[in-house]
Unconditional design. Structure first.
Lengths: 136, 434
């Protein structure tokens, strides 16, 4: 048998904002550098999504363009899950992760604004999520 | 089982159906000339061969070729891409001497290797004479394929499944053994609906010390035969859930198997097998059960020896919250139950009466039926030309629900006794299974 949704646990695994901000980078930049160089050193924004039996947490995520989203499979899940696009904004590339069960990470950087509908191919009737990408 | 989110997801699921995995068809095959330059057979060994990495050998060999693996322990995980239709991966000797070890293994992507061998969309791949143990997911795993053969394999203490097929059409698992799995030793799930079904055959298998011996969510056209399921929590469990596509599980057969002593109380703290979270939300899987038909349609259970299970020989039950998981038109006929084998089940048959068209015949004059408030003719009707009506018995349903709400204490209501000896087999009977 396959593991079920754990809707009640969804709130427990909230995504963490890990990325550094422009302010911190600018403060450490040597004097005389151009604004372009500072922007180039800006760390990408990052968000994390937990992959569990059978849900993504959070199931809805709003990020700015350029954000790197990392899906994390906890050490002790056991059932296989993956991340695949069901629907993407026009011009955006589709993607699919390999299936993982435990102790893995997989990332994707979202550059094209719009709404991305994602699902797990093993549990596609119930394990879905949406990423909304806003302009920078 | 909570289904509250199901309706809210229907619209999303509809969209997803349009982009369902296309399997091998979605993958670009290498050109004929490129493939012709690749060797037909390559050999892998720990030292002194062209390859010490099974993955590199798989990458190198042509479509339809063979990767031979000499004896040794390989701390690796292997992925067979969709471009490798017809590939054979085989140990050169018996499985016990050619071991894929999951503990400490890394995949090509640097992540922990999840499976011993994972066939991702290639058709007609054969995996033979290998052992896979201690992987965080599965021993041997195929998905999105048209045909496969798994033969002479041993899967041991992988976290989820031993031999695992998902979203495949046809296939065979044979002469293999699985033990120590947190879900099932053998699993066939999400079988696509087919007008002219290619059947999946599981034969000459041994499953012991697993949470479930066989499990198959929404599995179809599966024939399970000439196999042994013993010392599991439950022996053979085809089932219907809304977590996967293509509900219900239907048109399978369970014939000519020995299904006994499935009294493994893996809920105990010292169990060497940690169960995955149960799919039946809020309810736990039954232990002490030989066969469980959970929301199946058109399965035939016949000619099996089913004995020495301390709670149920055969349990039939529906999911009242999910209509496709209703037991319909299942036949339980011609089985040799507990008394006939000199090793009784607590009760040979238990039904809560749900569904329709489920019938019982020729299971021996000594076969026992768990009686509820409803008449036996409603819970366990005889097979006849016209399918019987059945009808839910709330007393039976309540009794079963109460059992499934328990974990370790399920054992408290088992009817235990000494078993008739079987050469080479030792019963667990609620102990750790170590």
């Amino acid at each position: 048998m396959r593991a079920p949704i754990r809707a009640g646990l969804a709130a427990v695994a909230a995504a963490a904002l890990l990325g550094g901000g422009l302010t911190a980078v600018a403060a450490s930049a040597p004097a005389g550098r151009t604004a372009h160089a500072v922007a180039a050193k800006k760390k990408p924004r990052q968000r994390t999504v937990d992959v569990s039996d059978n849900f993504f947490a959070p199931a809805r995520l709003t990020v700015r363009a350029g954000t790197k989203v990392t899906w994390k499979w906890p050490v002790d899940v056991g059932d296989s899950h993956d991340v695949k696009t069901a629907k993407v904004p026009r011009g955006a590339k589709r993607f699919a992760s390999p299936p993982y069960a435990a102790g893995a990470k997989w990332s994707r950087t979202f550059t094209k604004p719009g709404r991305y509908r994602l699902y797990c191919t093993f549990h596609e009737t119930e394990m879905t999520m949406t990423v909304t990408v806003r302009k920078r | 089982m909570t289904r509250a989110r199901t309706s809210a997801l229907v619209a999303v699921a509809g969209a997803l159906l349009a982009v369902a995995p296309a399997g091998a068809a979605a993958q670009a095959a290498p050109s004929a000339s490129a493939s012709a330059k690749k060797p037909e057979t390559v050999t892998v060994c720990r030292r002194g061969c062209a390859f010490s990495s099974i993955q590199k050998a798989v990458n190198r060999v042509r479509k339809g070729g063979t990767v031979r693996i000499r004896p040794g322990t390989y701390v690796q995980g292997v992925v067979v891409p969709a471009s490798k239709d017809g590939l054979t991966i085989t140990g050169t000797t018996a499985a016990r001497r050619v071991v894929l070890q999951g503990r400490g293994a890394k995949g090509a992507d640097g992540q922990p290797a999840q499976n011993g061998v994972f066939v991702d969309g290639a058709d007609r791949v054969t995996i033979r004479n290998l052992t896979a143990r201690n992987y965080p997911a599965n021993g041997f795993f195929v998905r999105n394929c048209d045909g496969y053969t798994m033969r002479g394999l041993v899967a041991a203490f992988n976290r989820a499944y031993g031999l695992y097929a998902f979203n495949c059409v046809g296939g065979r698992m044979t002469r293999s053994r699985g033990f120590g799995h947190g879900d099932s030793a053998f699993y066939v799930g999400q079988t696509p609906v087919q007008a002219n079904p290619k059947r999946t055959r599981l034969d000459h298998l041994i499953a012991d010390r697993n949470v479930l011996g066989y499990s198959g969510t929404n599995s179809k056209y599966v024939d399970i035969t000439d196999s042994e399921f013993f010392n599991n929590g439950a022996g053979v469990v085809p089932n219907t859930l809304n977590s996967e596509r293509f509900a219900p599980s239907e048109q399978g057969t369970i014939t000519g198997n020995r299904i006994y002593w499935n009294n493994f109380n893996y809920f105990k703290a010292d169990s060497p097998v940690e169960p995955l979270p149960a799919a039946t939300e809020g309810f736990n899987y039954p232990t002490g059960a030989g066969v469980v038909l959970f929301g199946t349609t058109g399965w035939k259970v016949s000619g099996n020896d089913i004995f020495g299970n301390f709670k149920f020989g055969v349990l039939t039950v529906s999911d009242p919250t999910y209509a496709p998981a209703t037991t319909i038109d299942n036949d339980l006929t011609g089985n040799r139950m507990g008394a006939a084998n000199g090793d009784v089940n607590a009760v040979d048959f238990f039904s809560e009466g749900s569904g329709r068209g489920n019938c019982y015949a020729d299971n021996g004059v000594d076969a026992t039926f768990d009686l509820g408030a409803a008449p036996a003719t409603q819970l366990y009707p005889a097979c006849a030309a016209t399918r019987p009506a059945n009808g839910v018995d709330s007393a039976q349903l309540a009794e079963l629900a109460q059992y499934l709400l328990q974990k370790e204490t399920q054992e408290d209501s088992w009817v235990k006794h000494a078993h008739k000896a079987i050469p080479g087999r030792t019963p667990i009977d609620g102990q750790t299974g170590a």
